[in-house]
Design a protein. Sequence first.
Length: 164
Amino acid sequence: MQVRRYHALLAAGTLVLAALILSCQHEAQAQQIVLSNARGLDFGRFVAGTGGTVILSPTGVRSRTGGVILLNSSTAGQAMFNVGKSSNGGNNKAVIISLPANGSTRLNSGANSMAVNTFVNNPGSLASVPSGGTTLSVGATLVVAPNQPPGNYTGSFPLTVNFQ
């Protein structure tokens, strides 16, 4: 009799397991953010003078501190990224935007360099990615040394955008 009970329990357990497997069979769908660069961050032309900073807001407003002298520069402007989502979703999911830490990004021209700090973005956060996508703008502060050598300074910065 104990053998029969064992087989009955085994059969019942197998049926419950099969029912659980059937109820959990859903297609997995990856949710993906699509990020593309529409415009690079450009601090524009300036004279270092006694040093200071060039501040570029995420709305494209350029200002300065210290002895830096801003020159007319039609290319100056904030970085812009197109943020969209794959067709698989991300509906109603908050988005986390991660910008570089201070001191981790430098612009270089030959042996010379300048630090880029205080990255800021607009919008500051995204409750979700709209179905048509959105634009993410990024500004930052360029630290200019006294008598910083002239040059064409270039570099890049990491930007991470994830669903929460």
